[in-house]
Design a protein. Sequence first.
Length: 260
Amino acid sequence: MNLVDRINEAIKKISVEKAYDKVTYADIAREADIHWTTVKRNIGSKENIRIKILEYQAVSNESFKDTRTKIIDSAEEVFTQLGYDGATLDQVAEHANMTKGAVYWHFTSKSELFLALIDRSLKQLLYHLPQQSKDVFYSHNPQEALSNLLQSQFMSCEHDQGHRPTLFFEFISKRRDEEIHKKLHQSFSQLFNGTTEIIQQMQQQKRLNDDLDPHKLAVTLHAIMNGMILMWLVSPESVPLRSIGEEVAKIVWRGIEYTK
């Protein structure tokens, strides 16, 4: 077994024994029977250790995944009720019927927990996009199908009273930490890249204008949706969110439809 494999095996073993934020270079070195500087040289930052341990835990331990999901579910409820600034990890733990220590075992801070919630929401959005795209672009009337899709999204937001987008805008407007923006970039990059792949497929199948750059189009479409919702949050009486889907769909479809 080479050196890197020994280090990875040591991390994998430790992942079932200790909380990810408590593992040190010395712990890994002791398990791999090497010097801690060797671990640091091969692994890099402590953040890399944390990522590896979380990956091992999430793959190998069903109870870990269930607990983590339960914490995120509770966080969504607490953040929605109290806002980001008003919520605490104590309240999340109480809602999840766990100790604060159990929450900290999975998330080192409130911002990390909120970032996990954002990441999950974006992944859920991306998960549904392929089918939604087929429902629109394979419809006998794509513009109408796009209008119905946008309308359902806007109405869902209105039904939620804008709590989720408000939370998101509240969070990013006050966070200047470079690490937070790095993680947000990673989450949104996955959404944009996934959307880009869907657009490329639709272009190859002659369902969308193939003269458009798929990545730029992906960013534009998400920006339109988020921009509309942001304007509604700022001025709900001026933005008829319930009925504006048809006009937005008309504008978007005229720009992206495939013409022979």
